[in-house]
Design a protein around this ligand. Sequence first.
Ligand code: AMP
Ligand code: MG
Length: 302
Amino acid sequence: MTAALSEVSVRDLLRMKVGRPVDLSAIDPRSTPGLPGLPVTGPDRKSWARAELRRLGDDLAEQQEMLHAQAVAGAAAGRRVLLVLQAMDCGGKGGAVKRVAGAMNPLGLRIQAFGPPTAEELSHHFLWRIRRALPDAGQVGVFDRSHYEDVLVVRVESLVPEQEWRPRYDEINAFEAELVDDGFVVIKVFLHISYEEQRERLLARLTDPTKHWKYHPGDVDARAKWPDYQAAYAEALSRCATEAAPWYVLPADRKWYRDWALAHLLREHFAELDLSYPPARFDLRAEQARLLAGDGHLVNER
Ligand code: AMP
Ligand code: MG
């Protein structure tokens, strides 16, 4: 196994404290917590982080394969990983999926993006569509938006009355605790971008014809409610950061830091699973002998 993990625990640096208020304005979206001792500015650390991301990506792919192999061998006790990504528009969820989840084998991934609920989804409990999208044992699931939208956009846009969304924090905590009991590792990450960075990224989407498809006029309406969204995020992060399923706030103005930190965070969680390839469940020597003998037989017949 490649030892791509640096000494530092990104996980400890980015984790929200359980039961404490969250002040997003105190977390600088341009900061780079945990990036090992490099110059504060300059191109060096960007190229370092990109190179390190490739190493971490290879390592993640191996971890994912071991998780899958254990499930195939019936040894994993339902273990699986669920990465929940939340962000304001242009927060970089798509880029993070492409660069970090993209390092793993698509066969072992279950990636689901959540948009506005369909009529059918609305006719069910808000967790209904979430449960249907969960990864199977041995898989790594990635949610691009999630059940948290039901206490974020739903709250800010008053899509349901407060007496309906307010109890959802407790429901979410109970739901996630149940997942963890079932063998899930739940990793919730808020990609934290600044108001200024969002402006740059929205402008880039308008300038570049290959990015027009990503632009929605409604994004500017949501942007106008930035403080309301930040407040809704702060409350969701503080109410739903639990020991079982912590919340991480990842400064995301710098894409190279975002990808490195997310890969590092995932790798740290995998390390805790202490995965290995399962042993063969057959007689290795007997199988080798059988195969060699069989081939000899065919060659002789030709
Ligand atoms: P995007 O992730 O940029 O493709 O946009 C998806 C859109 O779906 C965002 O505007 C979300 O606010 C919206 N969305 C996701 N989940 C919900 C939900 N439960 N209720 C209402 N809108 C949602
Ligand atoms: Mg969008």
